[in-house]
Each structure stands twice: as C-alpha cells, then as structure tokens.
Design a binder for this molecule. Sequence first.
Ligand code: HEM
Length: 265
Amino acid sequence: MADTTAAATYGSYLKIDELLSLQQPRSEGPEHDELLFIIIHQVYELWFKELLHEFDRVSRVLTGDEPHRAQHTLKRILTILKVMVAQLDILETMTPLEFLSFRARLEAASGFQSDQFRQIEFVLGAKSETAIARFPEASRAREALVRRHQAPTLWDAFLHYLSREGYPVPAAQLSRNVTAQAEPSPDIQTILIDVYRSDPKNAELCERLVDLDEGLQEWRYRHVKMVERTIGMKRGTGGSSGAAYLATTVGRPLFPDLWEIRGHL
Ligand code: HEM
C-alpha cells in the first residue's frame, strides 16, 4: 500500500516522473527536433488549461459584481497570452527541413484537434457545432466542449454585469441563445460609447477585453506566419488547406461591438 503519511516533495507534488514520461517521439532516431515540437505543444495545452481556469474566474467575479477582481484576473490572462505568443519564437528556430524530418510521423495529428483551444474560442463567444462534431462521442474532449457550448460566454457575463450597473442592456441580449455566436448590436454599441465617455471604471474593463481580443489575434497572426515559413502553402496534417485556411481566422474580432465604437468616440 502507498505510504500516504510521507511529506510531499517537489517530485511527488508536481508528479515529475509522470510528467517526464509523457514526451514520446515517434520518429526513428528519434529526430532531434521532435522533442521540442512535443514539449512546446504540451506546454501550450497546459497554458490553455490555465486560461480556461482564469476565464471561468473572470465570469464568476463579474457575476458577483467584483469588477476589480475581473480586471486583476484579466491582467493575468493577458500576461499569459504574451508568453504564449513569445513561445512561438522558440518553434521558429526549427527550419522547414528539420520539421520535415519527422512531419510524416504526425499523420493526421494537428493543433486543429486541440479541444482546449476550441473551448477557449467557445468561452470567448466563437461557438461552432461543427467544431464539436470533430470529437468522438463520449470522449473527455467532446463532453467538455458540449458543456462550454451550452454555457454563457464571457461577453454574456459582461453584458449582465453592465445591466446590473444600470445600463439599458436590451432584455433580448440578456436572454439570448448562448449556444449561438453573439451578433454585433447597435444598442450595445450605444451603451459602450456611454461607458467610454462617462464611466472610467468600466471603460478600463472594456479596454482589457480589447487587449484580450487583440492578444488572441496576435497569436493567430504569429501562428500563421510560423506555418507559412515552415511549410509554405502545403496542406495541414489536420486536413485543411493550411496557411490559407488559417489566414481566414486572423483579424476576426471576438468582441465586434468594442471595435465598432472606436470610430465613433
Ligand atoms: C511547425 C509548427 C506548426 C505547424 C507547421 C502548424 C501548422 C498548422 C496548420 C497547417 C493548421 C491548420 C489545420 C490543419 O490542417 O492542420 C494548424 C492549426 C492549428 N494549430 Fe498549428 N502548427 C504548428 C504549431 C502549433 C503550435 C505550437 C500550436 C500550439 C498549441 C498550434 C496550435 C494550432 C491550433 C490551435 C490550430 C487550430 C487553429 C484554428 O482552427 O483556428 N500549432 N496548425
């Protein structure tokens, strides 16, 4: 029986043995760069897990009318996003030929199949039933995605918060179908203009949401550039057209109302 009385150590608390056993290259040799490729993706998945944890907190504290805590958590999220963008520099030290030395061994594996990335998109409002259908029924990934799909988004939590702050958020917005992508709304834009002009506390919160939107777009832009420099216009292992598909996802805002109003301030 395991000794449950022993004091935790660095190794036991962080499960270092398990962690270090999880990097398993598939290439013969194995090829030198495959370890970096595996580690960087695993690190991203850990950051995705942490981001989801923090997004849940932002929604929770907004629902509890604690805007300062929401600001604080958003600041942490933005710092993580900066690190995530910077990490792409490491992978860009891998040349096209170094990647080709093991690319075939990835078979159909692709970041396209990261359910946590899709969960992040769902939390931030980019909902898609097609994305759910790509994951096997009853899998952990599918169940997590279905849960996120049915839950209100961060933007929904923000609109409910604004309503409790006294802003005239239309009832239709507050009771909208949260499984659908939120549409830009002239009524919300009028409210946001008011917030920016006369409510510094909530205007700051809006600015952090714009930072978040821009931060994710920055990751998408850097990822597509990295893809272009590594595989050019080849198709992706996940079955898409590759860089051409990824380019269509760059520049699509998460919170369109916050971008729309900027020209009217
Ligand atoms: C040499 C490095 C990389 C290459 C060549 C690459 C290539 C691609 C390609 C071609 C796609 C489009 C889907 C497909 O058909 O496969 C894609 C999607 C994706 N990749 Fe990468 N990728 C790389 C590194 C990474 C890293 C480090 C991450 C971090 C997790 C990542 C996350 C994603 C995600 C989340 C998507 C889905 C994006 C979307 O659908 O909007 N990729 N990647």
